[in-house]
Write a protein that binds this ligand. Structure first.
Ligand code: ADP
Length: 410
């Protein structure tokens, strides 16, 4: 029986590996899964469409604590070969957080690309090493599989040069201290979907609100990124699950100087202990805050909505007006009260919500008389990676065909 060619999409984190499989021929995900708890209690879960495998899979490791990431990439490839012999992995596409200023588009891993990406580790020390380790592990286990890196920063390379700068001496920008922006694969997916959703917004001025555990906003003009609330790092901008968002840099100097915090402690405070978790003392999960009767939880929710609305207003000024707001990711797609809280704060910009449509999480949530388009569009970063990987494989094949034609004189 001929095997179905599949693209393996990998999103590697510090303690988890998310994967999905997409048919090389095109179309949506055929399934996927997750290995989580790496270094603690590793657990594997996978589920596929009924044409591939009827039942979900699960596995745990009793001696799992000592097993590193590399082991699990080997496990994944072996498991796929044994359990799903009717499929063949013909390429891998990776989510890579940082492409710096050089990578404005996805790239095939070859030549000196991996080394160039290693040099960007200091710009994203918490994520980049895990992304690159995944590429290295697959390269050593299956060197015949072409691999593609897709960047969270690439979509934002269209941000005007002046808006990439901080108010630091210019030489710092040359060293790499500039605004990069993140969640680019999500924004690229939404920008691609927008013409079918709202033609005016697609050709005009839109803010996309990617509100998940990590949260950011992107200002789009004619489908191209003009700004992102995340800047040099994923800490900037909105209040997030556990991240502080924008903060007066004087606070950081105070914490280092007066409280004697180490850089590591400061990093942990800003990335892991702040945001909704730190403000509420309850949880980083918006669902828990909405269900809580603690005033601190309610205050954290209000602050989240305040910050999103303020940043949208900032982008409206930057874009010279606003045609639409698009909500996406965990909170954006699933939390009616948060969308309502944000839209209420944007009434002066012409936002009027259709409460029924918002509660039912319909795609169009603007009332008939709303001057601002209001939409829910589910994001799909994995399918964006699959699309890019397919496109780069096709380009490579075309290049090879052209070379073959030239050498045979055809
Ligand atoms: P990540 O940034 O990790 O990819 P997601 O985009 O999946 O995260 O968003 C996860 C977050 O979405 C959760 O932490 C939770 O706060 C929020 N969330 C999910 N479902 C709901 C819901 N029904 N109501 C409110 N918040 C929700």
């Amino acid at each position: 029986m001929p095997q179905t060619k599949m693209i393996l999409v990998v999103n590697a984190g510090s303690s988890s590996i998310k994967f999905s499989l997409f048919p090389e021929a095109g179309g949506g995900a055929a399934g996927g899964g997750l290995i989580e708890g790496i270094g603690v209690h590793p657990q594997f879960k996978a589920k596929f469409s009924s044409g591939i495998a009827g039942q979900p899979f699960e596995k745990t490791w009793s001696d799992g604590k000592t097993l590193g990431h590399e082991h699990f990439y080997g496990f994944l490839l072996d498991w796929l070969a044994e359990t799903l012999p009717e499929i063949a992995v013909v390429a891998a596409g990776h989510r890579v957080v940082h492409g710096g200023t050089d990578f404005a588009a996805p790239v095939r891993i070859e030549g000196g690309v991996l080394e160039a990406l290693q040099r960007l580790v200091p710009l994203a020390p918490l994520h980049q090493p895990h992304n690159l380790a995944a590429i290295q592990a697959l390269a050593s286990r299956a060197p015949q599989i072409p691999q593609v890196a897709c960047f969270d920063t690439a979509f934002h390379r269209s941000i005007p040069a002046r808006d990439q700068l901080y108010g630091l001496p210019l030489s710092f920008a040359e060293e790499g201290l500039r605004r990069y922006g993140f969640h680019g694969l999500s924004y690229e997916y939404i920008a691609g979907a927008l013409p079918q959703v709202d033609a005016t917004a697609a050709g005009g001025r839109t803010v996309v609100a990617h509100l998940g555990n990590g949260a950011s906003l992107c200002a789009l003009k004619n489908g191209r990124s003009q700004s992102c609330s995340m800047g040099f790092s994923t800490l900037d901008g909105l209040i997030m699950g556990t991240r502080s968002g924008s903060i007066d840099p004087g606070v950081l100097i105070y914490l280092l100087q007066e409280k004697g915090m180490s850089v590591k402690e400061l990093e942990t405070l800003l990335y892991k202990q702040s945001g909704l978790l730190g403000l509420s003392g309850v949880s980083a999960d918006m669902r828990d805050l909405l269900a809580s009767d603690k005033p601190e939880a309610a205050q954290a929710v209000e602050m989240f909505c305040d910050r999103v609305a303020q940043q949208i207003a900032l982008f409206a000024a930057q874009l010279g007006g606003l045609d639409a707001v698009v909500f996406t990711a965990g909170i954006g797609e699933r939390s009616a009260p948060i969308r309502a809280g944000i839209c209420r704060r944007l009434a002066w910009l012409g936002a009027t919500l259709d409460d029924g449509a918002n509660d039912a999480a319909q795609m169009k949530i603007a009332a008939a008389d709303s001057r601002l388009g209001l939409w829910i569009v589910p994001t799909d970063e994995e399918s964006m990676i699959a699309r890019h990987t397919r496109a780069l494989l096709d380009t490579n094949r075309q290049d090879q065909r052209a070379v073959a034609q030239r050498t045979t004189g055809a």
